[in-house]
Design a protein around this ligand. Sequence first.
Ligand SMILES: [Zn+2]
Length: 345
Amino acid sequence: MMMEQFRHSGDFLAFTLANPNGLAPCQFELGSGVTVEIWDTGVICFQPAQAARQHIILSCGVHGNETAPIELCAAIVQDILQGHLTPTERVLVLFANPAAINLGRREVTENLNRLFSGHHSKGAGLINAERQRAQALEQYVTRFYDGAPANEPRCLYDLHTAIRGSRFEKFAVYPFLHGKPWRKQQLQFLAACDVHTVLMMQTPASTFSYYASHSHGADAFTIELGKVQPFGQNDMSRFAQADSALRALITDRLPAPKPFAAEDFHLYEVYRAINKQTQDFKLHFADDVQNFTSYPLGSLLATDGDLEYRVEREGEALIFPNAKVAIGQRAMLMVVPTDIQHNLI
Ligand SMILES: [Zn+2]
């Protein structure tokens, strides 16, 4: 796709996927007065005519086969470009890994969501496209927030779909805040997106959301919106609430939330991460087990050579099990219900 076709169709996703290795920066203005800036392939910034109050990043496609959020973001961008939706806030939309999207794969060579906060340059360094893209995405996030006054709200919602089903279809990961309080208003926004299950992390991570939170003070979340499906096979009605909440957010038309009530949420914290240590690592439950499944105390979860992992706590639930990760990487996360009232504003 060439520039002219893109300007006609407003299909920035198609323009990105036709140019997965880069796009020349350009800028133009819409009839609504919104300034559009393309910074690179998959990177598009909208500056409203009037002064914005919030600085919002929506990202998708960090994992290339997670199509529903990609379709959702593509439709929002297209509606803005065609004048059907006029943002009043500053918005940066990121299609994070175009090469992987083109392949219909989670990644080309490496999990992009393990490469942020400088992890792209550790070890072997910037040796592949995902590492280079992680570094570039950090630079785009920095550039975007550098254009925001320090006292104005900044957020990043990194949208995913999970590999497996989940006992709670939608859930969010709240990155480690290093003791800073969790925010009711953000939990209420997640609820508006139909996300009522939140995992509170207690350690730094190499994810995109932790990077935005820790390096830029953004309210940032990884949001899992459901299960992975191929392009065109998503039942978009399942994402309707998230779609309308995001559209309301960028046009400053979110309805006033109902008063915060902890009972509206399933809140979890990490109890332990189980890392794969040998080639013999094996999970002892069905391949299609749902995220947030729990088993009785003492149940065997996994073996790894001579090591055995059993359920140690009442209510302990598993998420993101994956025996196929590289040795040394996380094969499963065990979580337990938690209460956050003591540090909530
Ligand atoms: Zn993902």
